[in-house]
Design a protein around this ligand. Sequence first.
Ligand code: CMX
Length: 473
Amino acid sequence: MMLKNFTQTRLFHSSRHLLNLKAAIADVIPKRREELLHIKKNFSDVKVGDITIGSVINGMRGNQSMYWESTTLDPNEGIRFHGKTIAECQKLLPGAPEDNGKGEFLPESMLWLLMTGEVPSEEQVRKLTQELAERGAKLPPHTEKLLTSLPRDMHPMTQLAIALASMNKGSIFAEKYQEGSIGKMDYWEYVYEDVLNLIAALPKITGKIYSNIVNDGEPLGHYNVEKDWSYNIASLLGMTVSDSVNMHSLTQERSNDFVNLVRLYCGIHVDHEGGNVSAHTTHLVGSALSDPYLSYSSGIMGLAGPLHGLAAQEVVRFLVEMEKDVDSVENVKQVEEYLWKVLNSSRVIPGYGHAVLRKPDPRFDAMLNFAEKRPKEFKSDAKVQLMKQLSQIAPKVLKEHGKTKNPYPNVDSASGILFYHYGIDQLLFFTVIFGCSRAMGPLSQLVWDRILGLPIERPKSIDLNTIKKICKI
Ligand code: CMX
């Protein structure tokens, strides 16, 4: 649906009467455009801060030089989504109807919040869930064929990036742009269509990649258009009772828990403000007007680095290896010795440290809470207990080691091992689920980049001679 003359459709202050996400976005556009234009006209010379030589040669730390709509990261407090903490989102955002308020909020609810800045009503979320389920029901045949043809041992993140890039063949934005038939202020409408189609396709792509690894490409479940996005991810991983082969013979209760784990994981990994590698890359590539498929495929390539999203895989590998080396999770001395062995061999402790955070990651707490709320389920899982134990021991060791600015667990510390608990034991696969979730934040931003007409990104680089001149060396 293309929305023309959206300024005239604004009748109410709240967009709760608008059941369609695109219409709700259109409703908030005029005010935001007006505000940014006002700032651009009147305040462009105001200084935000000083760029130091340190930040030039040290990964641009602390440079406040990117505009990001929906999330902000406070070093001590963690992430806020349009001003809301994770706990507030858990209270306010609608979950699945079958959970009767007892389950996790749906990532679709978070998507609505990211895109519009407003907490959606139940009805708005139901419509969005339905829309995504319908849009995602059929993968483009060439993408399906391409995924089938990939080597089974190709890294799952490479498979994901290839699948997403291949969908550029059907990009509505790229097509309209080539035709030269759309004005700059209307780009967002076509970018939005691609973004929703991309997010909707992720359950099927993820399921196909997982079945490539564990089932020679044969489906492990079927896609149910009546169900939500996370449920379909779980089904296509073979993890639901009714819609899949139920690979690990889960009871209905455990399967429901797994679906809620996907909802929680995907709900809180969506975005972490703009400067992280996956978000920044998506935004940067999109600034050249590459379509959302190419932009997010590039973001996925960044997420696949071990210092970023691949840490999800590295943590599980680390815990599996460590479990073999220590007699029991209670043996603090052995755990400490293991950590020192890793540090002394110049490796990092995966799942610890952060470029911005200086306190334990509240997303880690949210994942840990999921396990704490189910003591019977997780008490006898040595790896989960080790993960918990490690969150007490590693900060002490890292402080003593004295290098990392943040010795506390980040989100990747807990997430993979909870999936592992339910039977998802393909170590290389975990970051793909991260990739499903992360699509929602940077791609919402991409829609807003085009709404606000942000230009191509082009920072100025400087060479060593210039640095020396500036430093009077
Ligand atoms: N283990 C050992 N050393 C660590 C460390 C860790 N977990 N975290 C940081 N350090 C080291 C750095 O390697 C660096 O060493 P050098 O001075 O020798 O280069 C030093 O401490 C200072 O680093 P920092 O300023 O504290 O951290 P950065 O902003 O440079 O890097 C991060 C941040 C996340 C890449 C880093 O903490 C790290 O490598 N962590 C382990 C990997 C990980 O968990 N990544 C996931 C992050 C979350 C995500 O993006 O998904």
